[in-house]
Design a protein around this ligand. Sequence first.
Ligand code: NAI
Length: 257
Amino acid sequence: MRLKDKVALITGAGSGIGRESALLFAREGARIVVADINEAGGQETVARILEDGGDAAFVRADVSRAEDCQRMVAVAEERFGKLNVLFNNAGIMHAQDGDAESTSEEIWELTMRINLKGVFLGCKYGIPALRRAGGGSVINVASFVALLGAATPQIAYTASKGGVLSMSRELAVIHARENIRVNALCPGPLRTELLMKVLDTEEKRQRRLVHIPMGRFGEAREIAYAALFLASDESSFVTGATFTVDGGITAAYVTPE
Ligand code: NAI
């Protein structure tokens, strides 16, 4: 088992990438703290892990709130004795996030609070716990849009993910000598709720698919496998990396017919 005896805290684990990672990490031997603002989704993830013979606990947490982030870390240490893996995955993509002229300050601030400040707060309270455990792995979810301009504008989302990517690099350098690794995971477009809610017509989906060399959306499970590598000791020399899992989208200039 690739995560035997490890304790992993995953934010946004009530759906999509977070849930698939929680299920996969648990199958690989980790005990999981499932943190999400969505109680029903989070509880379902926990139930599925328990059914599978694993161990997990749910904590209702809004990652944009300091006291919630403190609590989710405390749950890991109180319930499972330590924290080895911090997976800052929770994020939103707002339907009214557009170009600079059309996007309201409220949408900008909401997106920054959850996507960027949420990762900062996860690290602020999670890193001391990793240090107490003798080191660990932080995985911050950025996006391919931190590397490329988006075909359809989403200014707040794109800026928030750029922030996650550069913040992850600095964290990696600062904490490298403490045996704390920090990597940014940059998924390409995925067939999860987050994106499918925005690409809600066949025409919009096709317009996005045109840019992906593989010609399909990725699955949450395919990101979970990348996260598993970054979480495990197999990636012991990997820190400060931009870990791209995107069906080739960032490699493409034109895509094959
Ligand atoms: P999803 O919408 O399926 O899951 C996101 C989860 O985060 C949900 O369970 C939601 O309740 C939770 N969440 C939202 N706000 C929260 C908050 N304030 N506090 C705690 N939990 C909160 O989305 P998906 O696709 O699994 O996204 C996960 C991450 O991957 C996000 O950071 C997203 O930006 C990123 N990403 C997604 C891509 C895609 O195409 N789906 C591409 C690149 C990155």
